[in-house]
Design a protein around this ligand. Structure first.
Ligand code: GDP
Length: 430
């Protein structure tokens, strides 16, 4: 019998990523026995700030900073073993002893995936998603081609060599013959390096699906940490300007082996305005003075790439979809402090597409390109009172509370967590 007291929560991005999922995950990590990544790879970047100390993570779940929970990298994640070993060293240097488990079924990013990613970006041009060049699309494609190499294969030299021959020659041929680009990666070097990575990772490799099942049935608390955001979901996002995995909460089942039926809480992280890295139309994008202000004050530069992010007003068409597709039980609204001192704030409530008011994200790229934002203008607020997080939600300025109520009303989901600064304690629970 399942123990019904088991507590499973999911944190996902409700926009374009960079909403502050790392901070919110860290905030709840103290209550969790496990914090689990279920998709994506080291293309993600999460920043956690505790006691003025900053931690930048790409692959290991943000819960690792808390120390207490076990970090799990699920089978739906794609792993660059060198990047993982480097991140383990980084965490240890910061004084954290990571308790990490890596799924034996997770797929491995190979050097030829990274080469393929770069070749692919120049081939796709304007229709590229703005890849981080980490090999993510090719490794997921190889998984579907059934050409992939899994973490467990690194521990079995014969199987690894057999699979490597297949994967290596396949990608080499595509890069050289289909994309007409150079390929200078030595087979023997990969064979040597990756068997070595396998040895180093051995203590961390587990059947994490079983581990999580046992955790669930014995009443442990599990927190799933999403990467990127709903508009980057390969199925529900603004395709092809997406990432190559499913960012939506539904993917936790296939990405970790934990049944969706057991989830109690699904938190969507929404930034109080909008930012995005990479291509695609962006209806509520802004330029000029307000944009520069948001970018600087919000620190809108990529954690992984350092690229300046595009910024805009909050787009509730996007958040509406996030609520529906993820089945959000609540919203964590972040970076409200970045909006301090705006006299007026615009919020996009629908798109005007050829004179028609559209309240849901269009699938058609033509329509999305034509979409013009329909805004509602709300009053802003001044600086927040000192140490506002020590008070309750009701102590926030009236105009801020109205901003929150407006969002809730438009998207049909309650804002239960309000974040007013990057540090763990700068958070108000309602
Ligand atoms: P993630 O990918 O969703 O985890 O987001 P990132 O870590 O890439 O970006 C969020 C950034 O905003 C980080 O630098 C956080 O420290 C910071 N942040 C998170 N919440 C808040 C907040 O409420 N206010 C401010 N000013 N910064 C925040």
């Amino acid at each position: 019998m399942l123990n019904q007291s088991s507590n499973i929560s999911v944190i996902v991005g409700a926009q374009w990523g960079d909403e502050g999922k790392g901070k919110i995950t860290d905030f709840f990590a103290g209550e969790a026995d496990y914090v689990v990544r279920f998709h994506g790879g080291n293309n993600a970047g999460h920043t956690v700030i505790v006691n003025e100390k900053t931690y930048k993570l790409h692959l290991i779940p943000s819960g690792v900073v808390y120390g207490k929970p076990t970090s799990i990298i699920g089978n739906g994640v794609v792993i660059d073993p060198k990047a993982l070993l480097d991140e383990l060293d980084y965490i240890k240097e910061k004084g954290i002893k990571p308790k990490l488990m890596v799924s034996d079924r997770a797929h491995v990013i190979m050097p030829y995936h990274i080469a393929f990613d770069k070749a692919l970006s120049s081939h796709q041009g304007q229709l590229a998603a703005g890849s981080t060049g980490r090999g993510i699309a090719p490794v997921y494609a190889d998984k579907m081609f059934r050409n992939g190499i899994r973490i467990i294969d690194l521990l079995e030299p014969n199987v690894f060599e057999e699979k490597l021959k297949k994967g290596y020659s396949f990608t080499k041929n595509i890069i050289q013959k289909a994309l007409n680009q150079d390929f200078n990666i030595a087979f023997d070097q990969i064979l040597h390096d990756y068997l070595n990575y396998g040895k180093k990772l051995t203590p961390y490799i587990y059947d994490t699906s079983i581990e999580l099942y046992n955790a669930h049935t014995t009443g442990k608390s599990i927190l799933f940490e999403g990467a990127q955001g709903i508009s980057l979901d390969v199925d529900h996002g603004v395709y092809p300007f997406t990432t190559s995995s499913n960012t939506a909460s539904g993917h936790i089942s296939t990405g970790t082996g934990v049944s969706f039926r057991n989830i109690n809480r699904i938190i969507g992280v929404v930034k109080a305005y909008l930012s995005r890295v990479g291509e695609s139309p962006l209806p509520s994008e802004i330029h000029g003075e307000n944009a520069d202000f948001l970018r600087e004050k919000g620190g809108e530069y990529g954690t992984t790439t350092g690229r300046p992010r595009r910024v805009g007003w909050l787009d509730l068409v996007q958040v509406r979809q996030a609520v529906r597709v993820n089945g959000l039980t609540e919203i964590a609204l972040t970076k409200l402090d970045v909006l301090n001192n705006f006299k007026q704030l615009k919020v996009c409530i629908a798109y005007d597409i050829n004179g028609e008011k559209v309240k849901e994200m269009p699938a058609s790229l033509t329509q999305y390109r034509q979409a013009k934002p329909i805004y509602k203008t709300l009053s802003g607020w001044e600086d927040l009172p000192e140490k506002i997080w020590e008070k309750d939600f009701e102590s926030l300025p009236d105009t801020l509370k109205k901003y929150v109520a407006f969002i809730e009303n438009e998207v049909g989901c309650s804002v239960k967590i309000v974040s007013v600064g990057p540090q763990r304690h700068e958070t108000i629970i309602r």
